[in-house]
Ligand binder design. Structure first.
Ligand SMILES: O=P(O)(O)OC[C@H]1O[C@H](O[C@H]2O[C@H](CO)[C@@H](O)[C@H](O)[C@H]2O)[C@H](O)[C@@H](O)[C@@H]1O
Length: 278
């Protein structure tokens, strides 16, 4: 990846030729066509599990070819704001997507607490928050020591215990111990996501972040694709005129559902085509 070239988005193991052809639900196709005609549109997507297939080691996540390129092409169209909205801390999100320095695609990290669009790109913690984070880090490191194979992801305002790919008994025990840590330390937020327990010393909401970005850009509607629990906050806050799309199985407040990143790519490409891009 060339860090000075925002269109060079890094290596990936997926060859676009290997992707199965997809046929989107007719209702979703019609909804894409409807929002594509609006003068001002916000197009936003989660990263892990949406643009990038889920993998055991979170440091190896990569968007499938074409997804970030489609967002880039959309961001060049008049009246179109694009954003990647993730639970990753902003620095990691920028590194994984290659969006550092991209002038048109906004990056929103830490579940909405950090953004490249304002002065929240660095997170200043109060001394109390910093102390609490140090305790959470230490406690989860002890869980890791008891359960080798568990992964710990450190964030500026949080810490995440990862159990994807582990023996189910080990994963269950480590998850239960992490939840006890969360209950005892009472961080601002404990999130139980897909094979993760995340503890954050700041509270954030992807829905609020999306509404603020849409208002700042005067967007008439928002397209949002997400797969995990914090994406439900976004689906719930967006309205019936917005196009909300859940990726993968599970209960959701989204209007539509697609199965995986391949269908996400199809959604973005249909939107690009319907909005007049190529
Ligand atoms: O709300 P999100 O932006 O979807 O953030 C949720 C978590 O996403 C990442 O973890 C997920 O992806 C990993 C890499 O594919 C996978 O190993 C893990 O099982 C998934 O839950 C991220 O690493 C976490 O920090 C986020 O909390």
């Amino acid at each position: 990846m060339n860090p000075t070239d925002p269109t060079d988005l890094g290596p990936t193991d997926v060859d676009p030729q290997d992707l199965d052809p997809v046929d989107l639900d007719p209702g979703l196709r019609a909804a894409i066509a409807a929002v594509a005609g609006l003068d001002r549109l916000l197009v936003a997507s989660d990263f892990d599990g949406v643009l990038a297939p889920l993998v055991d080691d979170p440091s190896t996540s990569r968007a499938i070819p074409g997804t970030l390129e489609a967002l880039d092409a959309l961001s060049q169209l008049p009246g179109t704001t694009c954003a990647v909205v993730s639970g990753r801390d902003l620095e990691t999100l920028l590194a994984l997507t290659g969006l550092d320095g991209h002038e048109r695609i906004a990056a929103v990290g830490s579940h909405g607490a950090q953004s490249t669009t304002d002065d929240t790109s660095t997170q200043a913690l109060t001394p109390e928050q910093a102390d609490q984070l140090a305790v959470l880090d230490a406690e989860l490191s002890e869980v890791l020591a008891r359960h080798p194979g568990v992964r710990i992801e450190h964030k500026p305002a949080g810490v995440v215990l990862h159990t994807r790919g582990l023996d189910p008994t080990v994963a269950e025990e480590a998850t239960a111990e992490a939840l006890v840590v969360g209950a005892e330390q009472r961080p601002a937020k404990v999130l139980r996501g897909k094979d993760v327990v995340e503890m954050s010393v700041v509270d954030a909401n992807k829905g609020t972040a999306l509404l603020e970005l849409a208002a700042a850009r005067g967007s008439q509607a928002t397209v949002y694709l997400g797969d995990d629990v914090t994406d439900e906050q976004a689906f719930e806050r967006l309205g019936p005129h917005d196009l909300t799309i859940k990726v993968g199985p599970g209960p959701t407040a989204a209007r539509f559902r697609v199965t995986d990143a391949t269908e996400v790519l199809e959604v973005l490409e249909q939107l690009l085509s319907a909005r007049g891009g190529h």
